[in-house]
Write a protein that binds this ligand. Sequence first.
Ligand SMILES: Cc1ncc(C[n+]2csc(CCOP(=O)(O)OP(=O)(O)O)c2C)c(N)n1
Length: 749
Amino acid sequence: MKFISPAVAIAAAAAASTTTAFTTPSRRTPTSPSSTTQLFEAINRITPTGPPFSGPSSKPILDSVQYPHDMKRLDMRELQQLAHELRWEIIESVSKTGGHFSSSLGVTELTVALHYVFDMPEDDIIWDVAHQCYPHKMLTGRRDRFPTLRQLDGLSGFCKRKESKYDSFGAGHSSTSISAAQGMSVAKSILNKRKNNCIAVIGDGAITGGMAYEAMNNAGYLSSRMIVVLNDNGQVSLPTGTQTAGGVRPASQLSAYTSNLLVSKPFQDFRDFAKGLNKLFPENVQDVNKRIDEYARGLVTGGTIFEELGFFYVGPIDGHDLESMVPILEKLRDSDSTKPVLLHIKTVKGYGYPPAMAASDRMHGVGKFDIATGQQFKGKAAAPSFTSIFANAMIDAATEDRAIVGITAAMPGGTGMDIFGRRFPKRTFDVGIAEQHAVTFAAGMACEGLKPFCCIYSTFMQRGYDQVVHDVAIQNLPVRMILDRAGVVGNDGPTHHGCYDLAYMGCIPNLTIMSPSDEIELRNMVMTCAEFDDGPTVLRYPRGVGYGAEKLQKLFGYELENGEIPAKGVPIEIGKGRIIRLPGGVRAMSEQPTANGSTDSYLGAGSRGRKREDCVAVLSLGTRLSEALVAADEAEEMDPDLAVTVADARFMKPLDVDLIRELVKNNGIIITVEEGSIGGFGDHVLHFLSLDGALDDGKLKFRPMVLPDTYFEAATQYEQYEMAGLNSHHIRGTILRLAQKIKVPVLSE
Ligand SMILES: Cc1ncc(C[n+]2csc(CCOP(=O)(O)OP(=O)(O)O)c2C)c(N)n1
């Protein structure tokens, strides 16, 4: 007889009963043998009865629970019903707003169990990454705010201390929960707090991050009282199962390890655990079954890596079975032991919603979708994304150069390494959520003569900073650091913005740092990185899509053969910027002034720019260039004397000092624009201007337009650039104000 795990059986039952009233899943047979392989094989075999899928017509129990204390009176049957209603509330809500989806469905029962057993906010529950926190938010007074999820002034998609006292710790980046829980636990004990229950919930993806091991090593050593719940769903990267040099297994040996615990050991009945948990109680209250207990526990769990680290290991258990989880958590709560505990639960990502369970990415992050079918409503993008343009350009480069390899830290989809991996599976490496390792791994490859492209979101590269300095830059190794999602990122909010890389990379010697203004430039820069082998390079570009051929011609002034974007990129000269717009609106793409000499060629178009104070240069780095061009056109339209030049710096390091000197020579006003924080491109230009003496006569006006010194909450990217003052009308305002064409207070634009 083929084994079907309880989780799958329940899921299949849920799938079959979505249109009918919820029936309590039947209690599983305690000792059924199980393995992860069997589990996932079984999931793949599910043929849901739908579509159409739909939830319960009413949610009486969920309606009665606003805060965790409302749950305390519920019995087991009602808790199960609560989990069912909660799951469907999430499905219905996220179908209207989009957001992280399947991780929340996977921890719905766990969330109910934790809030039932523990007493937040006195007890602390720390959600790692916190992309799975929707059920937690629903049960802690925020259900009515879900229509505003991840929108301007709305509910955050992650945990946030300032949003609720039930959010013990803010997150967004992974692998921090165990350290935070440990810190809280130690603090509670030093401060003699009445209770000390600190629970970190961490996924098998997040636990691939080195910080999780640093914390576990220390927790075992300090004997910190805390519970780590390892939520093991066999999904590590996004999307999982992308072809890489490791095949399509989850990018984690630990995941294989915990799977093996299942291969050889049965899913445990909670009574076995109850015996095992005796160990956490003082000797005198342990029952006489100690020897049986030891036998049972040893047989079931064996020695695990977690026990070697000093944890009391409990598991694996079915994380969708409240009847098992609740008594185990109660025992852990009531134990006086100070030994850290690792509770290993097995769950299914997307559990209870067949389209999510069937999807290859488990519907990890979704836009709005149709509940009945699971189909997402995705509008057709006007042009390909920068991510896919990058990936295809890298394929072009790698086709010609066998030394090129790609590395991702668990983000194959987000970085385009899934596209590259399909073409070059043996040259693609997913290292798990391990950015530090990714950078030094790339450095090692570079030592041997490979050309590694280390593709990491700007925000996650913050994790690998010392590795960039110590392992790459000091040794001048030609690692190509590709930073996707540079600038503001929209609805993921402040933890995910890629605002700081220009500042944190700019101060490191040996780096070459470039940023494309459009998709043609992105391709060219990929080729430039591929070709340049004399030291490390950084290529940063934003979340978003390209402009398309028409706009590239009209706004930027490209002269495209047959009106088509060139199929392949070509390397550009390191450290050379370009002038895009000349005064009077002429696009300069085909008549680039040389570095020295031809300055008059773009000065004084007609009657414009007769006075130096009317001559303005906007020097942009990155994709704000299009905004600068619109601003320049509009500003000149508003004033017949203005002469605005727009230049694309392309490189922050090395700066094109010839271009800057040329702009200084011909303009009384210089404005820099970038999608980055203070300390980036504008500061590098200002630094050069002052060292070069350009500011000495007091006649040059300079303004850096950067992201202000604040955190932007979730909103659309456009709204965030509105708040930041970096859209075209802000640039236009700055031009007009500095040229004294309008009078507005300095910081009011
Ligand atoms: C430092 C860091 N790198 C990458 C990510 C992107 N990321 C968000 S969730 C996730 C997968 C997490 O897997 P897991 O913890 O198992 O949770 P699951 O999604 O499976 O529920 C990744 C890679 C991140 N949040 N933080």
